[in-house]
Write a protein that binds this ligand. Structure first.
Ligand code: CO
Length: 432
């Protein structure tokens, strides 16, 4: 296994919920000397300083303030969330018989069948009472094989292989235990948080798959892991960000929560987090925001569909990414991807010089395809943007497959991006 994929799997294992993704990234940044900033405090930024700030504990933005004069931002954005199920308030379901199950709410558009018959656990955050009048959030990971969503045996449902629909209200309910076990969930959550049950005020707990990442294929061509969409990009952009050596632009790395449910939250890409941070960085550096943003460039990084081995008919005729074929540039005429001809050309030129292969994705003309962070963020902070991603199979399955070589391609492309002497000339000439 390559060292990069080993580190990717470790990143994913330590990041079972968006809160843990941000914690994992914050730990890496802190170890690299980055200073945490609070949104509630005034910012004193020092040229040459490295900083990060979080919102809701589930979105994060990091940046380095150059020592020398700088023109604009070079920024990447990925997302911290993945489709899953959130445990509801009053989440215990008692029965039938002596079964204890958990009542869940689907989060995002998942493929449901792959969640069946797997070892699952719970992670997220809980809010606890510290003392009278004081509450605080605590990250929790129950971190053991805890739950399973059993399928119905083929003998009992002969239609099971004939495209039978799955209903999240009945078919996707996880089994937690057996016996007279009222209060088990609260007991487990409060134990994990290290507080008395009476001080556990609320929970935001999500199901996650326990299975670790692995390498597959006759020559180790493939990797499979939970949450590759979009932790493969969150990880790859972070590594590239830390390797970048800026030349006249300010490098900024963003990870947003809630992409899978439309981004329209305070911490999502449709909120004010990015614009607030850019405005505050400009203010601290004594600069005007609008010309700085106009001189900037963004990579929106979210995984892309590779041609499916059993169903190649879903791919476009001419723009069909291949696993291990390099970084994907996503385009669509509808502008649900923010890429245009200019941003695509700039990114392709950058990758050519860095020796990183690129490939293109367009949706089949009769399929609408998905959307992602780039076009949503652009409605708040408008700048040339290219939507990119790594090719993968089984997107939104609980266990996804990608190319073993592609994470390194992304890291190299992103490191080259952050090291680019990008210049947006007033005469219509762009240098990268
Ligand atoms: Co995604």
């Amino acid at each position: 296994m390559s060292d990069t994929n080993r580190r990717l799997f470790d990143f994913i294992r330590r990041s079972p919920s968006p809160f843990h993704v941000v914690q994992t990234i914050a730990q890496r940044l802190t170890a690299a000397g980055y200073v945490p900033l609070l949104e509630t405090a005034a910012w004193q930024l020092r040229p040459g300083g490295s900083y990060f700030v979080t919102r809701n504990g589930s979105s994060l933005i990091a940046f380095r303030l150059p020592e020398a004069a700088w023109r604009g931002f070079l920024l990447t954005a990925a997302h911290s969330d993945s489709p899953t199920f959130q445990v509801k308030e009053n989440g215990e379901l008692h029965g039938p018989e002596d079964y204890l199950r958990l009542n869940t709410d689907p989060y995002g558009g998942m493929l449901m069948a792959p969640w069946l018959d797997r070892p699952l656990s719970l992670a997220g955050r809980v809010v606890v009472r510290l003392e009278e009048g004081a509450v605080a959030a605590r990250l929790v990971d129950l971190d053991r094989d805890l739950l399973v969503i059993p399928s119905v045996a083929i003998h009992l449902n002969r239609e099971a292989n004939k495209g039978a629909a799955l209903d999240p209200r009945t078919d996707l309910i996880p089994l937690l235990g057996q016996g007279d076990a009222r209060g088990t969930l609260k007991q487990l959550a409060s134990q994990a948080a290290g507080v008395a049950e009476a001080d556990l005020l609320s929970t935001e707990l999500f199901l996650y798959l326990r299975q670790p990442g692995t390498v597959l294929g006759a020559k180790g061509e493939f990797i499979a892991a939970p949450r590759l969409d979009d932790l493969q990009c969150a990880f790859g952009c972070l590594e590239g960000f830390l390797q970048g050596r800026e030349q006249g632009c300010l490098p900024l790395y963003a990870v947003f929560d809630n992409e899978e449910v439309g981004s329209a939250t305070k911490q999502g890409a449709d909120g004010t987090f990015l614009s607030d941070v850019l405005r505050r960085v400009c203010a601290a550096a004594g600069r005007e925001l609008a010309p700085t943003v106009a001189a900037s460039l963004m990579l929106s990084a979210d995984n892309a569909h590779a041609v499916h081995p059993n169903h190649p008919e879903y791919a476009d005729a001419g723009n069909r990414p291949r696993l291990n074929g390099g970084v994907v540039i996503k385009r669509t005429a509808s502008q649900r991807y923010a890429t245009d001809g200019l941003s695509a050309a700039l990114f392709a030129e950058l990758c050519r010089r860095a020796g990183v292969p690129v490939q293109y994705l367009t949706n089949r003309s009769d399929l609408p395809g998905g959307s992602t962070l780039g076009n949503i963020a652009n409605t708040h902070v408008s700048l040339p943007t290219v939507d990119i991603g790594l090719p993968q199979l089984a997107m939104h399955s609980v266990y996804e497959t990608a190319g073993a070589a592609d994470t390194d391609y992304l890291i190299r492309a992103v490191a080259a991006f952050y090291s680019a002497a990008y210049r947006c000339g007033g005469d219509g000439t762009y240098r990268i």
